[in-house]
Design a protein around this ligand. Structure first.
Ligand code: PMT
Length: 210
């Protein structure tokens, strides 16, 4: 099971809250797993990436839909959560377009927390043998990702710095990650998202054959 892409959290019938995830990293991992012979379900938010060959794709929009599709894909040996899931959605979504008031005022948007899909998978009664999350950070990348691994209960976290304006991660074909496991932190060299996916799949295969 692999999650990928952004989630769209509707504000009203016309607008939504989303993020810059293109799905490139998550789709590359799904494709690499399939090339190695895994049966892969890719649960993807709205992206322009083509569906990877040999992968069953479930298209979703919201975090709640992604959670439902992820839980429906269990049991699974491996879960890789590469999606940039919105942490919040609208507390009261409007079914109509919200009209702009003439007096110059702006509405206050009330938010509620979305389910944490990665944490839910980690605590599930049919937990995959290996649960891997991504940590998108803009500061203290490794420390925050280490804390996130423990808080969410993941086996591994891949930490990436999404705050660098000179080499953005969202939407680009390259990434630079740290692999964080219970053994510590490994910095991987900058590489294409495809190469990172291939390297991750090698590590997954070694771990499962141990
Ligand atoms: O899609 P690309 O353009 O290729 O960009 C790749 C990427 C930057 C999106 C990817 O490498 C990445 O970092 N994905 C995780 C983004 C993210 O939501 O990070 P986070 O630190 O906010 O979340 C930590 C983990 O919890 C992630 O595995 C995420 O999927 C998961 N999560 C987060 C919130 C939530 N409500 N449910 C979750 O499961």
């Amino acid at each position: 099971l692999v999650t990928s892409g952004p989630t769209h959290e509707p504000i009203d019938a016309v607008r939504y809250i989303a993020n810059h995830s293109s799905g490139k990293q998550g789709h590359a991992i799904a494709a690499a797993l399939a090339r190695e012979g895994a049966t892969v379900t890719l649960i993807s938010g709205p992206v322009d990436e083509p569906p990877p060959r040999g992968v069953a794709v479930v298209s979703v929009r919201t975090a709640r839909e992604m959670e439902a599709a992820s839980l429906a894909a269990l049991p699974s040996d491996i879960a890789v959560c590469a999606a940039a899931v919105g942490d919040f959605s609208m507390a009261n979504e409007s079914s109509q377009k919200i009209k702009k008031p003439d007096d110059g005022s702006a509405p206050t948007l009330a938010l509620k927390q979305n389910p944490d899909i990665l944490a839910t998978i980690c605590q599930h009664q049919v937990r995959p043998r290996l649960v891997i999350g991504f940590a998108a950070e803009t500061q203290n990348v490794v420390d925050y990702a280490m804390a996130k691994r423990l808080r969410k209960g993941a086996d591994w976290m891949l930490a990436n710095d999404v705050g660098k304006t000179d080499s953005p991660v969202f939407g680009s074909d390259h990434n630079m990650v740290h692999l964080i496991t219970e053994m510590g932190n490994e910095a991987w060299p900058e590489a294409s998202k495809q190469e990172i996916a291939d390297h991750l799949v090698d590590r997954i295969a070694k771990e499962l054959n141990r």
